[in-house]
Design a protein around this ligand. Structure first.
Ligand code: TYD
Ligand code: MG
Length: 455
């Protein structure tokens, strides 16, 4: 029987239950329900106030003040993903695996913003001030007027922020904060939610922007940042494959901008360098392109990005052939293989198939179907595509190649990087210096690859 005011909160999904059980009824995780006593303010409920509705338009309002301008931090890739700078009074959650570079990115962001005159604070619950300083020095930010603090008590942090005016505050990380108003340990759903709630309230009230770092759930007791996604204004994720220096900043939710924008960085000895031209980075332009490689002309956010799809089709040593894919959707791979079998006569039943997107980027556009199909066919037929050819187009289950968005931008980027041919939907008209090898059906495109017919 639960005590008065006690609830059992799942540390994995955040669902609250009135009774304890071994398995969370909401997310089916085992041993994640923890008793937490809900803090209630002493005394009765506060007297209610009638809320006054206001007009949408500012015009004619006596108390109208124009919205303050966004804070441009000077890290352009970051600003673009935020929708053109950080909105004062907003709260941003930056999620990512431990070690991906979240602290490095945000230190760079506050350092550059402070150099441009913004009043910035960096509050670390994970590192000592000396460690943060040493890192800033290595990144060439030693002279930036950023206020540092190593603190985990929510109360102390809130008091500090009330006494000094700031424009931008970093909390690294939300999982290290604890509030004495709650019994639960740091990192528990209750603490993370309470700390985020209070910080967001303060941000809105005082017009300062807060960026909360959230580690993606490790196994066990640390609450995932997902439980506070709905109370922040924007959720960004910082991603990178192990072993690659590239890091991609992506918007998952943004009340003040588009969510399909990406920022690309390269991790080096002196912190993160912005990559203004990702195509050149993800593309290996040296040497011959081997059979099984196809360059996809994609669009990430507002920018065209060229990446190489690499496929290997090999005889299978086992009864059940393997399908492995990195950087693309495995369901989509299964579909493309099925269409190649059913509509183009290529058999993969007794062969292992590996597909990799070079450079560690994750592609989710349907426009990549044709690039994947071309790479797979090129490997299966052992016929390399021309060195100067890019590929894009959506493949339907009937084997048709459908036009995709912003074909002109794709072709223009390819031309800029020295490509001269495009294997693309037939609807693409004249591509300037690019010769369009249009195909209406996947079978036509595969025939072209098999015959090496590109004129
Ligand atoms: P960090 O920002 O501490 O990651 P997070 O806050 O997401 O846990 O970055 C840690 C990694 O970045 C670490 O493995 C070392 C590497 N790194 C560099 O390669 N160069 C640098 O200049 C810095 C500061 C970090
Ligand atoms: Mg960190």
């Amino acid at each position: 029987m639960a005590r008065d005011g006690a609830v059992y909160v799942c540390q994995s999904c955040g669902a609250a239950q009135s009774k304890w059980s071994g398995q969370c009824p909401a997310c089916s995780a085992w041993n994640t329900l923890v008793e937490e006593v809900q803090a209630r303010p002493p005394g009765a409920m506060a007297p209610s106030r009638a809320s006054r509705a206001r007009g949408l338009s500012f015009e004619g309002l006596a108390d109208a003040t124009p919205a303050p301008p966004r804070i441009c931090t000077g890290v352009d890739e970051f600003d673009r993903v935020c929708g053109g700078g950080v909105v004062p009074g907003s709260a941003i959650l930056l999620g990512g695996d431990p070690g991906v570079g979240k602290s490095t990115l945000l230190l760079q962001v506050v350092g550059e913003a402070a150099r441009r005159g913004a009043r910035c604070a960096y509050i670390s619950g994970e590192e000592a001030i000396e460690q943060v300083r040493a890192r800033a020095q290595r990144m060439g930010l030693a002279d930036a007027p950023v206020k540092l603090a190593a603190e985990t008590s929510l109360r102390t942090i809130l008091d500090g922020l009330k006494h000094e005016p700031f424009d931008l505050v970093i909390i690294d990380s939300i999982q290290t904060l604890w509030s004495d108003a709650h019994d639960a340990g740091p990192g528990s759903v209750t603490q993370v939610r309470a700390a985020a709630g209070e910080l967001v309230r303060l941000a809105k009230k005082r017009g300062l922007a807060v960026i909360l770092v959230g580690h993606v759930t490790k196994e066990g007791t640390i609450a995932g940042p997902r439980v506070i996604e709905h109370i922040v204004d924007a959720v960004l994720s910082f991603e990178g494959e192990r072993g690659y220096p590239f890091r991609v900043l992506r918007g998952a939710k943004n009340r003040f901008g588009a969510t399909d924008e990406i920022g690309v960085f390269e991790m080096g000895d002196a912190g993160l360098a912005e990559v203004k031209n990702p195509s050149a980075l993800f593309l290996d332009t040296s040497g011959e392109r081997a059979a099984g490689a196809a360059v996809f002309a994609g669009i990430e956010g507002s920018r065209p990005v060229l990446v190489e799809f690499q496929a290997l089709v090999a005889p299978s040593a086992y009864g059940t052939p393997r399908r492995a894919v990195v950087g693309w959707d495995s369901g989509r791979l299964a579909m493309v293989l099925a269409v190649l079998e059913a509509r183009c006569g290529l058999g993969f039943g007794d062969r292992d198939v590996y597909l990799n997107v070079a450079g560690g980027l994750r592609i989710s556009e349907p426009a990549a179907d044709l690039a994947a199909a071309a790479a797979l066919a090129s490997s299966a037929l052992d016929q390399a595509l021309p060195q100067d050819c890019v590929v894009f187009g959506e493949v339907s289950l009937s084997g048709d190649i459908r036009p995709v968005s912003r074909m002109d931008a794709r072709v223009k980027e390819a031309a800029k990087l020295g490509f001269r041919r495009a294997l693309a939907p037939r609807d693409l008209e004249g591509g300037g210096v690019i010769k369009v090898c249009g195909a209406a059906r996947l079978a036509d495109a595969i025939r072209r690859i098999g015959d090496g017919d590109w004129d």
